[in-house]
Ligand binder design. Structure first.
Ligand code: PGA
Length: 244
């Protein structure tokens, strides 16, 4: 795992946007997997701005969503679906045939997971962009998730349910999430993990300094073959000097 610390959220987002764009430039038909949330939002907006301004060709790549809240409509502004369309797909003019997102209303959850597994197995994820939850989750790979897990429906952790309310205008009942699995996270060709702000400082300390354990899933990125942890100064503020 490589660690890079940036002065602020803006610099961090600009660097992440560059990596996303470079991935598509070097492999136009790349498969990219994107998380949603407050962390990657500015990076996606920067990608969109640059793609439009510089006329960069994103017409051959494929994009999948890392996760989704089960039972939340794609029109809900708190859904991962809405987020990706709003900040990335629409501004970049991505054709819907290039996108695969989990169906929050899938009646057959197993079949929905299988669809995602098949797509990932056929192509391999070239670049995955994720944030880290306050409980160390990546996607909805909650504490205790099996390291061998593929796409699955997870019962959400209390922290995820509480923190997750911030995305919604009105209070919602969120009990389950559907997510790409830990094994697929660990198999991504390149894994970009982002974190910013003071509140993520204790989380990042655990990601970097704690022994690997599935009770804190993000600690696994330490042994990913090609992971880059990109954080701002505030998120790095609790790291020991020797790990910074
Ligand atoms: P955030 O969420 O980017 O909104 O902090 C991160 C996560 O829960 O994965």
């Amino acid at each position: 795992m490589e660690l890079k610390v940036y002065n602020n959220y803006n610099d961090l987002s600009a660097a992440a946007a560059e990596i996303i764009i470079d991935c598509v430039k070097s492999k136009p038909d790349a498969l990219l997997c994107f998380a949603t949330g407050d962390t990657p939002k500015l990076a996606y907006q920067m990608v969109a701005e640059k793609v439009v301004k510089e006329n960069i060709d994103f017409s051959k790549c494929f994009m999948i969503g890392l996760d989704e809240w089960m039972g939340i409509s794609p029109e809900n502004t708190g859904s991962c679906h809405w987020f990706l369309h709003e900040y990335l797909f629409k501004p970049v003019n991505i054709d819907l045939s290039q996108v695969h997102l989990f169906d929050a209303f899938a009646k057959d959850e197993e079949a929905e997971c299988k669809k995602m597994n098949k797509l990932i197995a056929a192509n391999g994820i070239d670049l995955m962009v994720v944030g880290v939850g306050m409980n160390g989750h990546i996607g909805f790979n909650e504490p205790g998730t099996d390291i061998e897990s593929l796409a699955h429906v997870a019962i959400l952790d209390e922290t995820t349910k509480t923190v997750g309310q911030k995305y919604f205008r009105d209070k919602v009942s969120i009990e389950k999430g559907i997510t790409v699995g830990l094994k697929q996270v660990m198999q991504a060709e390149k894994l970009l993990v982002m974190a910013n702000g003071k509140k993520k400082a204790p989380v990042i300390k655990r990601v970097v300094e704690e022994h690997l354990n599935t009770d804190f899933p993000a600690s696994l990125i330490q042994v990913h073959k090609n992971s880059l942890l990109m954080i701002d100064d505030e998120a790095a503020s609790e790291l020991k000097t020797e790990t910074r």
